[in-house]
Design a binder for this molecule. Structure first.
Ligand code: ADP
Ligand code: MG
Length: 321
C-alpha cells in the first residue's frame, strides 16, 4: 500500500531508553527487543502520514565501543572517538532501520528506510572546545583513570559520586553534512535515520576539507539543526519521562503542558533543566522554534501518539493561541 503523506515533516529524536532498556542486561538481544518495541510506537506516526527523519542517542553504545578499544590495546588498532561514533551510527542505524522495515512490512506500508552515517560541522574556534563537559566511556577508580589519562592524553573528571570517567568537549552543531540529500529522501517519503549520537563532529579546514575531531555532539542539539535544515515543522524528542517539569523532583514540582519558547528560555535560565539531561532538550526546542520550527514535543515513547494530538507530553511553540 502506498501510504498517504499528511504534509507534516518531523525529526524524531530517540533517547537512550528507546534502545537500551533500563534495568535489563545490556545485550544486543535486549537492545533489539527494545528497539522493536519503540519503533512500534514510531510506526503510529508513520501511519498518520508523517514524513520523518529519526535521530538517536548512543551513550551506552559508544561507552562499550571505547571499552573494547581499551581491552584490545596492543592487539587491535586504537579507534579514535569519531570512528567509535561513526561505528555506532552504523550499528544502531542498522538495528533501527531493520526494526522499522520489518514493522512497515507487517503493516503493509510501503515506505523505505535508510541510515546515513552523518558528519556534523562544528567551529574549531568554538569556546566549548575548552570545556570538557561530556562524560564518555566507563567508570574507573581514581588511581586507574589517572594512569590511563597520562597514557592516552585524556581529560578526566569525577562523575557525581559514582566514579571517574573520561570527559570530552561538546561543541555546538552548526550544519549537518548531507542535509540536502536527507531532505530529498525525507520529502520523497523515505524514513531516514541520521545524526546518530549527535553525528561525528568535523570542522572545515582550508575552506573545503572535512577533518574529524575528538569530541561528541549532543544529539538533541544536532536534531534541532537537522530539523531546521530539512525544513521540518516538528521536532519530537522522545525520552524516558512523559513531560518536562519545573522544580523537577521537588515538592513544588509542576508538569508543563504547553509553553512558549520564551517561557522555556526563562525556565532554562532559572536552572529547572540540568545540563546533562533535560537542559539540551529544552535548548534544542528553543533553537528550533527560533529558527522557524512550528512545534516541539518532549515526551516518552509510550505517550507519543497522544502527544501529537496535544493530549500528552510537553509542547513548545512560538506563541500560545
Ligand atoms: P535521553 O537519553 O532521552 O537523552 P536523559 O537522561 O538525558 O535522557 O534526559 C531525561 C531525564 O531528564 C529524565 O529521565 C529526568 O529524570 C531528567 N530530568 C531532569 N530535569 C527534568 C525536568 N525538569 N523535567 C523532566 N525531566 C527532567
Ligand atoms: Mg540525554
Amino acid at each position: 500500500m502506498k501510504p498517504k503523506l499528511n504534509g507534516k515533516t518531523a525529526v524524531v529524536a530517540l533517547g537512550g531508553n528507546a534502545i537500551s532498556p533500563k534495568g535489563q542486561e545490556d545485550s544486543i538481544a535486549n537492545q533489539f527487543r527494545r528497539t522493536r518495541e519503540s519503533l512500534r510506537e514510531i510506526m503510529k506516526l508513520i501511519k498518520v502520514g508523517y514524513r520523518m527523519a529519526i535521530t538517536h542517542g548512543n551513550g551506552p553504545q559508544v561507552g562499550n565501543a571505547l571499552l573494547r578499544v581499551e581491552l584490545a590495546r596492543g592487539k587491535a588498532p586504537i579507534l579514535p572517538l569519531g570512528i567509535c561514533v561513526a561505528d555506532t551510527e552504523g550499528g544502531m542505524g542498522y538495528m533501527i532501520e531493520q526494526s522499522l522495515q520489518n514493522g512497515l512490512k507487517s503493516a503493509a506500508i510501503d515506505r523505505e528506510v535508510v541510515t546515513i552515517v552523518t558528519q556534523v560541522v562544528v567551529d574549531p574556534g568554538d569556546p566549548l572546545f575548552d570545556k570538557y563537559t561530556k562524560f564518555v566511556g566507563q567508570f574507573y577508580s581514581e588511581e586507574e583513570i589517572k594512569n590511563l589519562a597520562k597514557k592516552n592524553g585524556w581529560k578526566v573528571k569525577e562523575d557525581s559520586g559514582r566514579g571517574w570517567r573520561r570527559v570530552v568537549p561538546s561543541p555546538k552543531p552548526l550544519h549537518i553534512v548531507n542535509a540536502n540529500a536527507i531532505k530529498k529522501l525525507v520529502d520523497d517519503g523515505t524514513v531516514v535515520i541520521a545524526a546518530g549520537g549527535g553525528g561525528v563532529p568535523v570542522y572545515i579546514e582550508n575552506g573545503n576539507i572535512f577533518e574529524g575531531v575528538d569530541a561528541v555532539i549532543d544529539k538533541d542539539l544536532a536534531s534541532a539543526v537537522l530539523a531546521k535544515e530539512i525544513g521540518a515543522e516538528e521536532l519530537i524528542i522522545l525520552t524516558d519521562i512523559d513531560q518536562v517539569a519545573l522544580n523537577y523532583g521537588k515538592p513544588e514540582q509542576k508538569w508543563l503542558d504547553c509553553v512558549t519558547a520564551d517561557q522555556a528560555h526563562e525556565y532554562l535560565h532559572q536552572e529547572h533543566f540540568p545540563y546533562g539531561s533535560m537542559g539540551p532538550k529544552v535548548k534544542a526546542a528553543i533553537n528550533f522554534i527560533e529558527w522557524g520550527g512550528k512545534k516541539v514535543i518532549i515526551t516518552s515513547i509510550e505517550k507519543v501518539e497522544e502527544a501529537i494530538q496535544g493530549r500528552a507530553g510537553t509542547t513548545i511553540v512560538r506563541s500560545l493561541q
